[in-house]
Design a protein around this ligand. Structure first.
Ligand SMILES: [Zn+2]
Ligand SMILES: [Zn+2]
Length: 361
């Protein structure tokens, strides 16, 4: 019986002993009972546990064609370090991310040529209209946000993205329970059955996006998603005319960790959907392996307007393809106090609550 003594309780990790009374293995710590066969097959499953294998064969982006970048210029922001590219006809003056002046760096060279671009679908006029509508009725918004001259500073920026394609083969071992309650005249009973759930399968991922710019905040950019790739076309420099392009400062190689994280989470979520009927589900072992994979480099359109107010920078962003808006707006406290003045206490509080709620909608 030596081998049996080595078994550990899968529920509490205690050492299991044979209970001659019930003719089963029983954990003396948590009282869980096991059939020998169950425990042996569980032990076999543990031996099959694998680890992740997430190696990418990267190839995103291409070489520029001869003479293609000749009319392109680079500007740099001394304040936030952002670097933007535009064609020579659209000279940049202010940084689209922080509103500070930019300096001319020279002709654009190096980097990789994008594979795809999703062209702007909404022009500047449409973006300004949407922004005005967004500001409408917000009486406490500081004037600097809504002045025509300021709205005119709205800039169309192409944000660099690395798009990861991958076939995956994964195995995940979950632990889960099913609990049954019943009672008789003397006692209440609880029976907890423990299960080892093994799931395996193939999932293909297409274009898992990771933005290649540190200047574009990840949460802001992810709030602008999704982009519909159906509109994407092969990159041509002509698409940049009149717009700016953010120069990527995160390479495809540096974006792998984030892509892997998104892929692993999606695999776990997808497999999790097959565990209905069990409670307390958690992952005991996960192995995600990449098969055929590749990366592509694409530019996605964003309308950006940065506004500084009281030493703080506010960014308004709009998906240049779908029109989805993101951005927080400050409240002008002095206008707010003037406005509130004269309203009776209880009404004031109600209005305050409603106003605060509206503000966060
Ligand atoms: Zn136990
Ligand atoms: Zn800047």
């Amino acid at each position: 019986m030596n081998t049996i003594k080595e078994y550990k309780c899968p529920c509490c990790n205690g050492a299991i002993a044979f209970d001659s009374e019930i003719q089963k293995l029983k954990c003396p710590y948590c009282d869980t009972e096991f059939e020998i066969e169950t425990l042996m097959s569980y032990d076999e499953d543990l031996k099959k546990d694998g680890s992740d294998s997430l190696e990418w064969e990267l190839e995103g982006g291409r070489e520029w064609h001869e003479g293609e970048t000749e009319g392109m210029r680079v500007y740099s922001c001394k304040s936030c370090g952002g670097e933007i590219i535009c064609d020579e006809t659209a000279a940049a003056t202010k940084c689209p991310y922080c509103g500070n002046p930019v300096v001319f760096m020279g002709q654009f060279k190096g980097d990789l040529r994008p594979d795809y671009v999703i062209p702007f679908k909404l022009d500047k006029k449409a973006a300004i209209e949407a922004l005005k509508k967004h500001f409408k009725g917000k009486k406490l918004l500081p004037k600097v946000f809504s002045s025509e001259a300021h709205l005119d500073e709205l800039k169309g920026i192409y944000v660099p993205f690395w798009l990861f394609d991958a076939q995956t083969e994964s195995n995940i071992r979950y632990k889960g329970t099913q609990v049954r309650f019943w009672s008789d005249s003397k006692y209440n009973y609880t029976q907890t059955n423990h299960f080892s759930l093994i799931r395996g399968g193939l999932l293909d991922f297409e274009r898992v996006p990771v933005d290649g710019s540190t200047k574009m905040a990840d949460d802001l950019m992810e709030s602008l998603e999704p982009y519909c790739f159906d509109d994407a076309v092969d990159f041509q420099t002509a698409y940049l005319a009149g717009y700016f392009a953010d120069r990527y400062d995160i390479s495809s190689g540096q974006s792998i960790a984030r892509a892997n994280e998104r892929i692993k989470r999606s695999v776990a979520d997808e497999f999790m959907r097959t565990t209905a009927g069990f409670s307390g589900i958690h992952i005991e072992n996960s192995s995600v392996r990449l098969g055929k994979n590749s990366a592509k480099y694409a530019l996605y359109p964003v309308w950006l307007l940065s506004t500084s107010w009281k030493d703080k920078n506010y960014i308004f962003a709009m998906n240049g393809q779908t029109g989805k808006l993101v951005g927080d707006l400050p409240m002008d406290r002095s206008a707010y106090r003037k406005w509130l003045f004269g309203i009776a206490g209880s009404v004031g509080i109600a209005v305050f609550l409603i106003l605060t709620l509206l503000w966060f909608l």
